[in-house]
Ligand binder design. Structure first.
Ligand code: AMP
Ligand code: GLY
Length: 428
């Protein structure tokens, strides 16, 4: 048995925490900084995941043997390297890649170049800087609308622009290179637009072997029918009906296997999750982006379906023996409905008292932006506040149960989309 520290504070971390504490191998679970939900799975610790020295001090003090990194920022900043580089910390099993592997998410140009080196299907692209802006305009001229512009670096999910018109695309290219996203847009990737339906594919790898986790679909826009501003995610479902076994075989053969093989060939020590955001175009998968962590809110529908002991999977991931594991997955459908604060993803209020209501114990709640106030009341503390996940024999009934539970939850200005999963039901 071991003590485990999980970094992060969202619904993803609550869903991971709930699985970790189900393991007989977990002694104490700490979550930093966590939320009011994770506090029910373990002990929240007021640590900044970006303060590696503080994280390391805590790990040594509490004899933590496993560090599970939820969000990308500490990985891109090199938290796994920090642990590998210090004698006193090297024994800690870190779930998450080192800085070089994390570049797959930290730099779009790096990710695209990696895909092209390993013949992984993705949209045709080129990368431009301020010095080559004229070439950027010419490249845009050679493409068809709409135009896809991506800040190279991390831009809090806001660095991708899809432009319908050529002139606005050129104007935005100039703005981006002029510092619209700070250092993140010193380089800009321009790529072909892919038309199709999106899918999130998750892989756990020790750098040599891998397991494919259940796939999911998330709903990114704030408005019904996928309209309005981009959000961190308004709901998710797993499995995804169009991702049948023939399609997933293509994903594995054309994308997952060459990705893991590419990491090996390039001697990149990668022990953690790979999240492949892909587009299904006429039945063929193309990578839109890599992330080096689990998705949120995909984790809230993927993790409840994992029946295997996740701590055991993580141990083998860290030790390089993932080939000894198989994954046991609940065949039922999971549907996650996210509830957000009114106004999100623009400005919104925090601190509203949340009434969790009541409902079937079969539906799980995952906290995102919640906090337990000094007086004991549960209060909103972020844009995405809480979500419900139901597992059921059909997607339709999972959605129905998840929505029924979500209806019973209330606070001032609560908002949720009513159409999560409806597009997939129409395909059935
Ligand atoms: P993110 O990088 O997660 O902020 O996502 C950007 C979003 O833009 C993706 O989820 C897609 O919906 C969309 N997107 C990115 N690249 C392309 C592309 N080449 N073609 C079409 N849509 C894209
Ligand atoms: N749900 C998409 C993400 O986590 O990036």
């Amino acid at each position: 048995m071991m003590n485990i520290l999980l970094l992060g504070s969202g619904g993803r971390e609550h869903a991971i925490a709930r699985k970790i504490v189900q393991s007989s191998r977990c002694d104490r679970l700490y979550i930093a900084p966590g939320n009011a939900g994770t506090a029910e799975c373990g002990t929240n610790v007021q640590l900044d995941p970006m303060d590696f020295n503080a994280v390391a001090d805590f790990v040594l003090q509490q004899r933590v043997e496993m560090l599970v990194v939820g969000p990308e920022a500490p990985l891109v900043d090199g938290i796994a390297d920090h642990f590998a580089d210090h004698d006193a910390l090297r024994h800690v099993k870190v779930i998450g890649p080192k800085r070089q592997g994390a570049m797959l998410e930290g730099s779009k140009d790096y990710a695209k170049a990696f895909m092209s080196r390993h013949a992984i299907p993705t949209a045709r692209y080129r990368t431009f800087t301020r010095e080559t802006v004229a070439d950027g305009y010419a490249f845009l001229d050679s493409l068809q609308a709409p135009y896809v512009l991506k800040a190279d670096g991390l831009a809090a999910g806001k660095g991708v622009l899809i432009e319908p018109g050529l002139e606005t695309a050129k104007a935005h290219l100039e703005e981006m290179l002029g510092g619209k996203f700070g250092a993140a847009s010193t380089s800009v990737v321009i790529e072909e637009y892919l038309s199709g339906i999106e899918l999130s594919v998750f892989v756990l790898t020790d750098g040599e072997h891998y397991l494919m986790l259940p796939e999911a679909k998330d709903y990114k826009r704030i408005g019904e029918g996928d309209t309005g501003l981009n959000t961190g995610g308004m709901g998710s479902v797993s499995p995804v009906p169009f991702a049948d076994s023939a399609f997933m075989r293509k994903v594995e053969e054309r994308i997952v296997r060459p990705t893991v093989q590419g990491l090996r060939d390039e001697h990149i020590d990668y022990r953690g999750f790979i999240f492949v955001g892909l587009m299904c175009c006429n039945g063929d998968p193309y990578v839109i982006e890599y992330n080096v962590r689990m998705g949120d809110p995909e984790t809230e529908s993927v993790f409840p379906r994992i029946k295997s002991d996740v701590v055991e999977l993580f141990e083998h991931t860290a030790l390089g023996s993932l080939d000894r594991c198989t994954l046991e997955v609940d065949r039922r459908a999971a549907a996650c409905v996210m509830m957000v604060a009114g106004g999100y993803p623009e400005s919104y209020a925090k601190g509203a008292a949340i009434d969790l209501g009541a409902g079937s114990d079969d539906v799980q709640l995952f906290h995102c932006g919640t906090v337990r106030a000094d007086d004991g009341t549960l209060r909103t503390n972020g844009g995405r506040v809480i979500c419900t996940t139901a597992l059921s024999d059909t997607l339709e009934s999972a959605l129905r149960q998840s929505y029924r539970r979500a209806e019973a939850i209330g606070w001032q200005d609560k908002y949720m989309r009513r159409d999560i999963g409806q597009d997939l039901l129409r395909l059935l």
